[in-house]
Design a protein around this ligand. Structure first.
Ligand SMILES: [Zn+2]
Length: 298
């Protein structure tokens, strides 16, 4: 199995709490018949230009060093591999799976509010899959390729509002192109020169993916990226009509579930749960009117 992009994505760590372990899928209790992943054909219909309420500044221009299209193409292929791998282990939720349907409903509500954060999202072929795994995890690759693990839905007993906050957070990483920025920055510092050059070359994707695996494990989103994903995700979810306070509930649940892991080393590169809760609480008043607006439009 090629885990490079999966690993990369999990470094988001929802980004502190999801799991400290390396990604594995297909525990025996989650076995499904292999079925084709669901393509959200509706795509991103533009929601028009709506003024952002949370203040996250403009995206880093550094990211321009890595072409978005290259990264999205690579992610698309990696996503297909991850999904194929899950399918081969009977760990891919079939189309009719109730939890997957729930995720699709949430995605359909969120997607129309994504393009304002990144015009490319209008062209993205968003996909959402559910993978059987005990891990508290979810991620979105560049180009809108989303996966949730059953562990995060089951263990945290997520409400729709809370699941929407997670999805919004992960979508925000993709929309704000944090992976692209990480790639570009590591190219500049020379740390990830081989990664970036391989990416740009992209002749033999399989080899590239294999080579990138271990290096990508050390790539992490920054504290700023995490805060940005929290706030952008909050706004996207609230515009879609999900309760803003669910963002705080989510992180409280995540904190409780992570138990003693709060002191793990990933906190040196990611904001603590307490900080992100404070940040979210401070931003809820900014988006409250969007929630009320969305309720009126129902
Ligand atoms: Zn994150």
């Amino acid at each position: 199995m090629t885990t490079s992009w999966l690993s990369f994505a999990t470094m988001c760590w929802l980004c502190d709490f999801k799991t400290p372990s390396s990604p594995t899928t297909a525990p025996s209790e989650h076995r499904w018949n292999a079925r084709r992943g669901f393509l959200l054909a509706a795509g991103a219909s533009a929601a028009g230009t709506a003024l952002a309420q949370v203040d996250v500044g403009s995206a880093s221009s550094m990211r321009n060093l890595v072409p978005a299209e290259t990264l999205e193409n690579s992610a698309r292929q990696q996503y297909a591999q991850v999904i194929a791998d899950a399918r081969s282990k009977n760990a891919l939720a079939p189309d009719g799976h109730p939890q997957l349907q729930r995720l699709h409903e949430i995605a359909k509500r969120l997607i129309p509010h994504t393009a304002q954060w990144n015009p490319r999202a209008k062209e993205w072929k968003w996909q959402v899959n559910l993978i059987g795994s005990k891990q508290l995890n979810a991620w979105c690759m560049p180009g809108g390729k989303i996966a949730f693990y059953t562990g995060i839905l089951d263990q945290l007993q997520l409400t729709d509002d809370e699941a929407a906050m997670i999805m919004g957070h992960e979508m925000a990483h993709a929309l704000r192109e944090h992976a692209r920025e990480r790639m570009a920055k590591s190219q500049v510092t020379g740390l990830g020169l081989s990664i970036a050059s391989q990416l740009l070359g992209l002749g033999q994707l399989g080899n590239v993916a294999a080579d990138m695996g271990t290096q990508l494990l050390s790539l992490k989103y920054s504290r700023d990226d995490e805060t940005e994903a929290d706030l952008v995700g909050l706004e996207i979810a609230v515009r879609a009509g999900y309760k803003p306070e669910a963002s705080v509930n989510l992180w409280k649940k995540m904190q409780a579930a992570s138990g003693g892991n709060n002191n793990a080393s990933f906190l040196s590169t990611h904001p603590s749960g307490a900080n992100r809760i404070q940040e979210l609480e401070a931003n809820i008043p900014k988006v409250q009117h969007l929630y009320e607006q969305a309720q009126r439009m129902k």
